[in-house]
Write a protein of this length. Structure first.
Length: 361
């Protein structure tokens, strides 16, 4: 065994001194390869008697285990060193100027930009963000919103009905508005609720101002004391922050929505002189959203007592207000995936517009 011990010490030194994975592999093969000395010594055990074989096998296995540990330790060290060297070689110099070529820069889509602006404004007013499924059942999309099967308001929705039905046989649809999220929120836990709901919606319509898929944002507040005055205050602060002007005037016109009572369309003042739309200027008016107090029947569908709880809701088209703010003439171009259009109307991530001072505190 004296020679084995000597060979083991030499092998351990060779493995520890290996400067590359290739050199380490050569050291391993000289010991544990088919022609390695330790492999040869293990093969010779068969020629020994039982007592000698047991003692020699124990010694050889101890040597094998020690060298295997050295081998694994050195292999780990070499791998770590290789990774470190690669990281240093591939490190980017962040002090170099950015490549300003159009091909090297992406753009944030106007819809994504406006969603971020909207949620930032409402978050500053204490609203949380809520989401829900794009595929809805008839109850959440219509019935709970005071639109039973015979209700004429259903004719106002150009609905995509899906061929399959729910587990209870109920009709499944692509949601026509984000209002079902309001229902899910009210049914999901006790009031108070203060949410804003951005998301995709679907209707069978297509022209310069309508597409089969578009984006809406809705707001909902439910508590014991909220009234129309609070609704007006929230929407006024939103319009001032979003359009970045303190001169916005608002007009509430009586209207009809099945899920609110009373209901109102909201207009803001604007100017169209020279074919350019300017919000907060002039004596003209532009309709931007619908709103109202949540209908008592909607509260009842959500298990809430209308004599105890009340609140308001509002909704607007994200694509539409993006067009108004950033002067985009055709809604259909939003979804054409035209990189030339995105280069013109999109936003560089490090140079996006700010929201001025935000919501007044």
């Amino acid at each position: 065994m004296t020679e084995i011990v000597k060979l083991a010490e030499e092998a351990e030194r060779a493995m520890t001194a290996a400067s590359s994975l290739e050199a380490l592999e050569e050291a391993r093969l000289s010991v544990l390869g088919k022609k390695g000395w330790l492999s040869a010594a293990l093969k010779e055990l068969g020629a020994l008697n039982a007592e000698e074989r047991k003692a020699r096998a124990q010694q050889l296995n101890e040597v094998k285990d020690r060298l295997a540990a050295v081998l694994e330790s050195r292999k780990t060290a070499l791998n770590d060193a290789a990774i470190e060297a690669r990281l240093k070689a591939e490190r980017l110099d962040m002090t170099l100027p950015l490549n300003e070529s159009a091909e090297a820069q992406g753009r944030i889509h106007p819809v994504s930009q406006v969603i971020d602006e909207i949620t930032e404004i409402f978050a500053a007013m204490g609203f949380s963000i809520a989401e829900g499924p794009d595929i809805e059942d008839d109850f959440h999309n219509f019935t709970a919103l005071n639109m039973p099967p015979e209700h004429p308001a259903r004719q106002m929705q150009d609905t995509f009905y899906l061929p399959k039905r729910g587990a209870d046989g109920e009709q499944i649809v692509l949601r026509t508005h984000t209002s079902p999220v309001q229902i899910r929120t009210m049914r999901g836990g006790p009031p108070p609720h203060r949410i804003v709901v951005p998301g995709r919606t679907y209707r069978s319509d297509y022209d310069m101002t309508h597409t089969p898929m578009f984006h809406q944002v809705e707001g909902l507040v439910i508590d014991r004391t909220t009234h129309m005055g609070h609704l007006k205050g929230v929407l006024t602060e939103f319009c001032k922050a979003f359009f970045e002007t303190e001169n916005v005037k608002m007009r509430f016109r009586p209207s009809y929505f099945p899920f609110t009572e009373p209901s109102a369309e909201v207009d803001i003042n604007c100017s169209r002189e020279g074919g350019v739309l300017r919000v907060g200027e002039g004596d003209d008016w532009l309709e931007i959203l619908g709103s109202g107090m949540v209908h008592p029947r909607v509260l009842q569908h959500c298990g809430l007592d209308p004599n105890e709880w009340q609140g308001f809701a509002f909704g607007m088209g994200i694509d539409r207000i993006a067009m108004l703010k950033y002067g985009i003439p055709d809604l259909r171009a939003f979804f054409d995936a035209d990189l030339r259009w995105l280069k013109h109307y999109g936003f560089v991530p490090l140079d996006i517009p700010t929201l001025g001072q935000g919501v007044a505190r």
